[in-house]
Design a protein around this ligand. Structure first.
Ligand code: AIR
Length: 429
């Protein structure tokens, strides 16, 4: 009965036409039900007091994020089933059940969900229809199909956030290349072009600095087959990120605001906490929480933000899953992002997001070569006092591929960064 209701809602929700539509529907609902959390108490199963064992969680995707979720699950005696397109993915090699197939394959999806208490995902490129299919079969799925649909399209996502009162930089649709020059006349150069869908780690972004670069940038991003949006360039002082965990009753836990240092559009270093003024941290935390509440997210979310020179905070984007900027939480916080993700989607109480040391720094280990993976210099890295080395177990290395990371804690950011940096320098993957 309960799930029949959820199923009807899911189907209704994925039929939305625009984010603004979503906002008005949501407001209507909120007026009716007072608060979203009050409403969810009716929709969702009550918070769990215990777990039946063997407890199983299904994960769509088998990369490092699923692998670290599986590690957190193992500590609670929870097993995972993983659906990935190729055999031997990092998470599948630690999973109780490996399912190999497309995320659109209904038989494989059903196999993944068989006996699972809940199904979740670890990358947002999963088709909305896959989540809807599972929900229709009565499997609790978080994030929901509706929410995923909302964030998969970066243009819809930004419209939705702006309507929800989250501060966003100027942005607009690119219907044709001429739109870019027109926007630049208002905003100034450069303008950032982005694919509306399926862009990550800089794939799907282009910075356009002058009118003569527009055509080439549009073509490189795949226009006109691929729809684009554009954003005003934000002359940021820092890039910030905040992890937010939100439970099934709408309760939230906000992690410390961190600074992320990107290299070639890939997260390179994360410093926790960010060395920002307390009011900037408060603004960032509030914007991140508002973003997650606005989309009615359940699970853990990575919210990326810009800090401008005058201390303003602007929303960049949201990831509906554990996030690279939250890897430091494994050793750096009382409860890791991965454990809180599991707790949230399972309906268990959320754990504290407080730092356990004054500072934590994470350095990514990116692939340095093409071919079979091997960890050269691992011994030297492990000899670095206080460096927590993570190798994701990817079988093949590619230049720039995320192969692992190192986290170190310290009395100061400098101390933690020196430790983590030294260990990261020693490893070649
Ligand atoms: N991921 C997903 N979105 C962003 C990131 N970083 C993680 C997920 C996914 C993995 O990266 O865990 O499965 C894919 O990594 P790769 O190296 O195979 O592209």
């Amino acid at each position: 009965m309960r799930w029949a209701w959820v199923s009807a809602r899911t189907v209704g929700r994925i039929c939305y036409h625009s984010a603004l539509d979503g906002v008005s529907k949501r407001n209507e609902r909120e007026r009716e039900m007072e608060t979203p959390s009050r409403q969810r108490a009716v929709e969702e199963p009550a918070r769990r007091a215990g777990l039946p064992y063997p407890a199983l969680v299904g994960i769509l995707g088998g990369g490092q994020l699923a692998r670290m979720t599986a590690e957190a699950a193992a500590r609670l005696g929870i097993e995972v089933a993983v659906l990935e397109r190729e055999a031997g993915s990092p998470a599948a090699r630690m999973a109780a059940r490996e399912v190999v197939g497309a995320w659109t394959d209904r038989a494989r999806l059903a196999e993944l969900a068989e006996g699972a208490l809940v199904v979740t995902l670890e990358n947002e490129f999963v088709e909305v229809e896959a989540l809807a299919f599972l929900a229709e079969r009565g499997v609790p799925v978080f994030p929901t199909a509706h929410m995923l649909g909302l964030v998969q399209d970066k243009l819809e996502q930004k419209r939705f956030m702006r309507a929800a009162g989250v501060p966003v930089p100027a942005f607009a649709e690119v219907a044709r290349p001429e739109d870019v020059a027109r926007a630049a006349a208002d905003w100034g150069w450069p303008v950032v072009l982005k694919a509306r869908r399926n862009g990550y780690d800089g794939y799907g972004n282009a910075t356009v600095r002058a009118p003569e670069e527009i055509e080439a940038a549009c073509a490189r991003l795949g226009w006109p087959e691929r729809a684009l949006l554009m954003e005003a360039w934000v002359p940021f002082a820092r890039e910030l990120a905040v992890m937010v965990a939100r439970g099934r009753a709408g309760e939230t836990v906000v992690y410390p605001v961190v600074e992320t240092i990107q290299r070639n559009h890939i997260c390179h270093v994360v410093r926790a906490p960010a060395a920002v003024a307390p009011e900037v941290a408060a603004r960032a935390a509030a914007a991140a929480r508002r973003a997650v509440e606005a989309i009615d997210g359940i699970g853990v979310f990575g919210v990326e933000l810009f800090e401008t020179a005058n201390g303003e905070v602007l929303y960049n984007e949201i990831a509906p899953r554990p996030h690279n900027s939250g890897h430091y939480t494994i050793e750096g916080c009382v409860t890791s992002q991965f454990e809180n993700h599991l707790r949230a989607v399972l309906g268990l109480p959320l754990g504290s997001a407080a730092l356990v040391a004054p500072a934590a720094v994470m350095v990514n280990l990116l692939g340095t070569r093409e071919g079979p993976a091997r960890a050269d210099g691992l011994a030297e890295a492990l000899a670095e006092d206080g460096a927590h080395v993570h190798v994701y177990g990817k079988l093949r290395s590619r230049v720039g591929r995320k192969m692992g990371h190192v986290t170190a804690l310290g009395a100061t950011i400098e101390e933690a960064e020196t430790r983590a940096g030294a260990a990261a320098e020693a490893i070649r993957l």
